[in-house]
Design a binder for this molecule. Structure first.
Ligand SMILES: *Cc1c(COP(=O)(O)O)cnc(C)c1O
Length: 456
């Protein structure tokens, strides 16, 4: 291995000029999002009060497979893209596996995660359409940080609602957002009607992405020239993230291999979509048989144990009704450290693809993710985000299967971010203070009651 190439990067010209819109090529299109009041399928115009108009059109575009990346956005991508594709010789050796393991290293962006890939175009389209203020929610703080920086790049003001538990557990992410000039509020807060209602019902509510989304949407729809942005779940976010997989496709070619498996962690699905969809198009169109594996927390198992039905994207019910695998919009995820994976729903594209058998999902207990993250850090030098460690754990499971069977499978996983701002979580793991959480069928059924009622 000593004289073999370990790291594959692209020239600026090879950075993709188009994003890939899998909706146009899916055999079964996602069911339409529905307006909660009229119960009619959503039109792009229905979303204009919330999002930049171009993003609304991208959201519902089921006809164009390729959407051009604006030159201004590509220019910003060039500051950190292409991200490296790395052959994980160290991890292979540590596992003693014959599998060839590659990872796409999205942790090299200035934010330390993949989130900037969509924050840049979202801020760009807002600016282009005359918007002056953007709002959003954030869990662990990765998306809030990315949006705060992207807003700064295009001269917009950013207001971020951060899930309260993360605001308290991850103070540095708040400082990062504030350093970029954003206004940060822990959610649920008393600054919105949605927040007040939640706190009246439960004064000790720890917050969830669902509560923070409700507050951010309320602020956007009640403030002039202000739009809401979302870091995951929606189809336009997945679209922007395909820059990851499109690069990886060229880089795997440089390595002379094609993946048998593509693996990513799963919160709302954006980094999974980003690395998977460009390869999945060859399963759909060219008969390739790559396996696509989404790795979710055992304590927030929407893909493996959720129900496919219409549900809200947020706790207060401000979003359209989305047809997706869900745990119920008022699901209360356990306080695991992978804050970015604590979301109740899976988004419409992924949900259809899972239903149609184009992908698989596995759920992973918290302790296994930290074991995997620690092993990876020792083998490859990069301390992974607790979210990304779910992908690493799923990769290790598959690589160990290869060890048993002696198969030289090619595994590609997405390293969605580094964990250097999550060291408090590693501290707790080292001290033996972390635990696994799981939920019972009864808890699950109770949490789905409100969603079920929307489907009758
Ligand atoms: C936000 C985040 C995730 C989860 O979001 P997805 O939309 O599912 O990709 C995963 N990893 C990191 C590092 C994140 O910041």
């Amino acid at each position: 291995m000593s004289n073999k190439t370990k790291r594959f990067i692209l020239s600026e010209e090879e950075i993709p000029h188009y994003w890939y819109n899998i909706q146009a090529e899916m055999p079964n299109k996602p069911l339409p999002p529905i307006h909660p009041a009229t119960k009619q399928p959503l039109k792009p115009e229905d979303l204009y009060p919330i999002f930049a108009e171009e993003l609304c059109r991208q959201e519902l575009n089921q006809t164009d497979a390729w959407i051009e990346i604006p030159e201004e956005v590509r220019e910003m991508y060039k500051y950190y893209r292409s991200t490296p594709l790395v052959r994980a010789y160290g991890l292979e050796q540590a596992l003693g596996t014959p599998a060839h393991i590659y990872f796409k290293n999205e942790s090299v962006s200035p934010m330390g995660s993949h989130k900037l890939n969509s924050a840049i175009p979202q801020a760009y389209y807002c600016k282009k359409e005359g918007v002056t203020n953007v709002t959003t929610e954030t869990g662990a703080g990765q998306w809030g940080a990315a949006l705060s920086y992207a807003a700064r790049l295009f001269g917009l003001e950013a207001a971020v609602y951060q899930v309260k538990i993360s605001y308290e557990q991850k103070p540095y992410r708040r400082s990062i957002m504030q350093t970029y000039g954003a206004q940060v509020t822990p959610s649920p807060s008393m600054s919105t009607r949605a927040g007040k209602n939640i706190l009246t019902r439960d004064p000790f509510h720890q917050g969830s992405l669902g509560t923070a989304i409700s507050e951010a949407i309320e602020l956007a729809t009640t403030t002039p020239n202000c739009k809401y942005t979302l870091g995951s779940v929606l189809s336009h976010v997945s679209l922007h993230q395909t820059v990851i997989g499109l690069e990886a496709e060229k880089q795997m070619e440089m390595a002379g291999e094609y993946p048998d498996m593509v693996i990513a962690c799963f919160g709302g699905g954006s980094n999974f979509s980003g690395i998977a969809f460009p390869f999945m198009r060859h399963n759909i169109k060219d008969g390739k048989q790559t396996r696509f594996i989404a790795a979710e927390p055992n304590s927030c198992p929407k893909l493996t144990r959720g129900k496919f039905e219409y549900d809200f994207g947020d706790e207060a019910g401000y979003t359209p009704l989305l047809p997706m695998y869900t745990l119920g919009h008022n699901f209360r995820p356990a306080n695991i450290h992978a804050g970015g994976l604590r979301y109740h729903g899976a988004g419409v594209i992924i949900s259809q693809l899972l239903k149609d058998g184009f992908m698989e999902a596995v759920d992973i207990p918290q302790l296994e993710t930290f074991q995997a993250g620690t092993l990876f850090a020792r083998a490859e030098g990069i301390i992974p985000a607790p979210e990304s460690s779910h992908a690493i754990a799923a990769t290790i499971r598959e690589a160990l299967k290869c060890k048993e069977t002696g198969e030289e499978k090619v595994i590609l996983f997405n390293l969605s971010g580094h964990g250097l701002i999550d060291m408090a979580a590693y501290d707790q793991y080292i001290a033996g203070n972390l635990q696994n959480y799981s939920i019972s069928d009864e808890e699950l059924a109770a949490s789905l009651k409100d969603a079920d009622a929307l489907n009758t």
